[in-house]
Design a protein around this ligand. Structure first.
Ligand code: NDP
Length: 448
């Protein structure tokens, strides 16, 4: 008999926490997971999943317009935000149910309460219950950063965007990263006048420059407005409800909704880390070793709260590797090399491996191949938007070290191509593959 109530106590039922709970239970551990809000975490409840559904919903604006060029007699169509919003929220409810079923079917006890650590093996629940566990896993994710400016309370974060009463006529988005560009694309298609406000002149830091530039150029062409090198001063609420975003320099922007998309901070407030000597780094992220173990031997952490790579599939891998290591007798670590990622902007962009700049710094001599083309669907639709694919190759070994693309379905295409990059294939091996014609992806084996 164990001296503890549980073998594993997980705090946070998001992607990392649920995977770790399920796998640990599958290895025979007695597991409980505490969740103060909803099962599924950021990805399922207020992130990737509802966002992607909005992306699909938004794209109909262009598809319906383009359909006329393909012979369809499309009447003028109106868009009803409440219908899409409610259908998306219903889908989120359904998925949450599936996540709960998974926990249930693996005999994981779900405790719908806030939990805080009181020692290396103990947790206090909001109801007052004290619980002990041999191991504790922190999987509390991250939380949106709200800039500390006067009137910040008038702004909202991505958490609230999925619940808006109405589609804003004017939307100002603070930030130039993933969330900013994704919501800019979505709400522009819904008919909002979107202004993206960025503190520097660089969007999507970390992605390849050519691809970022192409997104900016296309976004501007569509009518999304940008305010670069903008220093926020305050947000003022006018008598008629209009929000006015003021800057240290330059004209204010009037709008109906201000969305803060200025990064996400590890979610550790009130977790009681100090009670068990769990250390955090200068960004507030929990410090962990390769096996996700914190500075306290019995406590582990996975996912966004560790700020390694804030991506759902990474959190899932970390949670799985943790459970296999601690409960499955199979110690393993996560390989962070060549993790593909995408921004579901309009059009979407995706990348894997080194950018051209990173490759030059790391390898010295690199060869770069690009294809800058107008997808045939865009040609017939009369759309000027061009796609851009870029391959970065180690000039010494001919190995493809980076692949970056923007254009229709770029994330779908890149996921498949990422296997080849991860496997270390050469440019010649790409070229040896016969093109699949006509497709956009065939550009990858025809790069000159
Ligand atoms: P990002 O880190 O992508 O972008 C943050 C943006 O906000 C940057 O432009 C940054 O500027 C700016 N910024 C940072 N601090 C401030 C501040 N105090 N005032 C004004 N601007 C500021 O964060 P997001 O919030 O967009 O997304 C959070 C994370 O969630 C992402 O990093 C990503 O890992 C994940 N995510 C992934 C998605 C996907 O996989 N498709 C979708 C959405 C989120 P600067 O560049 O100058 O630092």
């Amino acid at each position: 008999m164990s001296d503890y109530d549980f073998d594993l106590f997980v705090i946070g039922a998001g992607s990392g926490g649920v995977r770790a709970s399920r796998v640990a239970a599958g290895h025979g551990a007695k597991v409980a997971v505490a969740e103060e809000y909803r099962v599924g975490g950021t990805c399922v409840i207020r992130g990737c999943v509802p966002k992607k559904l909005l992306v699909y919903g938004a794209h109909f604006a262009e598809d319906l317009k383009d359909a006329r060029r393909f012979g369809w007699n499309v009447p003028d169509c109106g868009f009803e935000w409440p219908t899409l919003r409610d259908n998306v929220l219903a889908e989120v409810d359904r998925l949450e149910g599936l996540y709960k079923n998974t926990l249930d079917s693996h005999q994981v006890e779900l405790i719908p309460e806030r939990a805080a650590i009181t020692g290396p093996h103990s947790v206090h629940l909001a109801s007052g219950r004290e619980v002990t566990a041999k191991h504790i896993l922190i999987a509390t994710g991250a939380w949106p950063v709200v800039p500390e400016i006067e009137g910040a309370e008038h702004g909202i974060t991505s958490n609230e965007m999925f619940h808006l009463e109405a589609c804003p006529r004017r939307l100002a988005i603070v930030g130039g990263g993933y969330i900013a560009n994704e919501f800019a694309g979505i709400f522009h298609q819904f008919g909002s006048q979107v202004t993206l406000v960025n503190r520097s002149s660089t969007l999507l830091r970390g992605y390849d420059e050519s691809v970022r530039d192409r997104l900016m150029q296309i976004s501007m062409g569509k009518g999304i407005q940008f305010r670069f090198n903008a220093q926020l001063d305050k947000i003022e609420k006018m008598d008629d409800g209009t929000l006015c975003v003021h800057f240290k320099d330059g004209d204010p922007i009037p709008c109906d909704v201000v969305l803060f998309a200025a990064g996400r901070r590890p979610h550790t407030d009130g977790l009681g880390l100090e009670n068990a000597g769990v250390e955090v780094n200068e960004k507030g992220a929990i410090k962990v070793d390769d096996h996700s173990r914190t500075s306290c031997e019995s406590i582990y952490a996975v996912g966004d709260v560790t700020d390694r790579l804030q991506l759902t599939p990474v959190a899932i891998r970390e949670g799985h590797a943790f459970a296999d290591t601690v409960f499955g007798g199979n110690p393993r670590t996560v390989d962070y090399d060549c993790v593909p990622s995408a921004v579901f902007s309009d059009p979407p962009l995706a990348g894997v491996g080194l950018t051209e700049a990173q490759a030059k710094n790391k390898l010295g001599t690199v060869k770069v191949y690009t294809s800058d083309f107008r997808p045939m669907k865009n040609v017939l639709a009369g759309r000027e938007e061009r796609a851009l694919y870029k391959m970065v190759v180690d000039a010494t070994t001919d190995r493809v070290v980076g692949l970056h693309m923007i254009g229709p379905d770029a994330p779908e295409i890149l996921q498949a191509a990422a296997i080849a990059v991860k496997a270390g294939l050469t440019k010649q091996q790409f070229d040896d593959t016969v093109a699949l014609h006509p497709s956009m992806a065939e550009e990858l084996v025809l790069l000159k």
